[in-house]
Design a protein around this ligand. Structure first.
Ligand code: PAF
Length: 283
């Protein structure tokens, strides 16, 4: 496994591989890797001749300085996991390599970025688009892999790829959960034991709402989730939105469209967690 620090070296290695007709898969990450990332990496290794995993805690997508400071970092552990998954290249640049000067680009993904995370994390998706577009230009992958846990991010990256007319297939991968249901996240390791126990109420409520939804209206189901989450000590709900899985706009009735997803964001103590559940899906 080759650990590369600069875009120039990355390009030269990848140009050689492309010259040999190899296909390239990219898995962008911010490190602190877990089974969720491993599932994206496995799919890329299976579907491509060569897999690049980027490990970069992108400062431009953090709207909270403390969150950036506290974000877990452990490149050695990440490399050990990636080596065992037979990754070819780890791209782990310094901030100066990705941002030799401030990135002044302003993206607009309206209306995808004006809902859910949008109002709570101003500038977040612009920062995600800045770094993911730079990675796409540097790697020029055939396919790029993102988790469905960040449901809105995935929709926005698909839209960005369309807007920039990039010939990259965006592959969305299902949420990986702990055996007790908690969606895997690098932030889970920041939870205290007590918060970790409480955090179970998120997936439990979302799964219970699937059953509830069979006998209740969409509005009743939304209220059921909101009330259940608000009843948990130490939780602060930011939003629970039931949306069209493509446009991300709120839906009013179960019959309004054929792809319906419930997306939640809340603080468990000081740690912000997100999760989502599909009520209806086009297959
Ligand atoms: O999902 C993430 O970990 C990040 O937002 C990403 C896509 C790697 C961009 O920094």
């Amino acid at each position: 496994m080759n650990v590369i620090r600069t875009i120039a070296e990355l390009r030269s290695v990848l140009n050689e591989a492309r010259g040999e007709g190899k296909t390239i898969g990219l898995v962008p990450t911010m490190g602190a890797l877990h089974e969720g990332h491993a599932s994206l990496v496995r799919l890329s290794v299976e579907q491509n001749d060569l897999t690049v995993v980027s490990v970069f805690v992108n400062p431009t997508q953090f709207n909270d300085k403390n969150d950036l400071k506290n974000y877990p970092r452990d490149l050695d552990a990440d490399c050990a996991l990636l080596e065992s998954e037979r990754v070819d290249i780890v791209f782990a640049p310094e901030v100066e390599e990705m941002y030799p000067q401030p990135d002044t680009r302003q993206f607009s993904f309206a209306p995808l970025d004006s809902v859910m995370e949008g109002p709570f994390r101003p500038g977040h998706f612009n920062g995600v688009a800045q770094i993911v577009s730079k990675l796409f230009y540097a790697v020029e992958p055939h396919k790029a892999y993102f988790g469905e846990k960040d449901f809105q991010q995935l929709a926005i990256i698909r839209e960005m790829t369309r807007q920039l007319a990039l010939d990259i297939e965006i592959v969305g991968c299902p949420i990986i959960r702990e055996s007790d249901g908690l969606a895997l996240s690098s932030r889970n390791m920041l939870l205290t034991d007590d918060e970790r126990k409480r955090s179970l109420a998120i997936s439990r409520t979302l799964f219970a709402s699937l059953e509830y939804a069979k006998e209740h209206t969409l509005k009743e189901t939304k209220a059921y989730v909101e009330d259940s989450i608000n009843a948990v000590d130490g939780f602060r709900l930011e939003y629970y939105q039931i949306v069209d899985g493509y446009s991300l706009q709120p839906v009013e009735e179960w019959s309004d469209c054929d792809y319906i997803v419930g997306c939640i964001a809340l603080f468990c103590g000081k740690i912000r967690l997100i999760d989502n559940i599909k009520y209806k899906e086009v297959k």
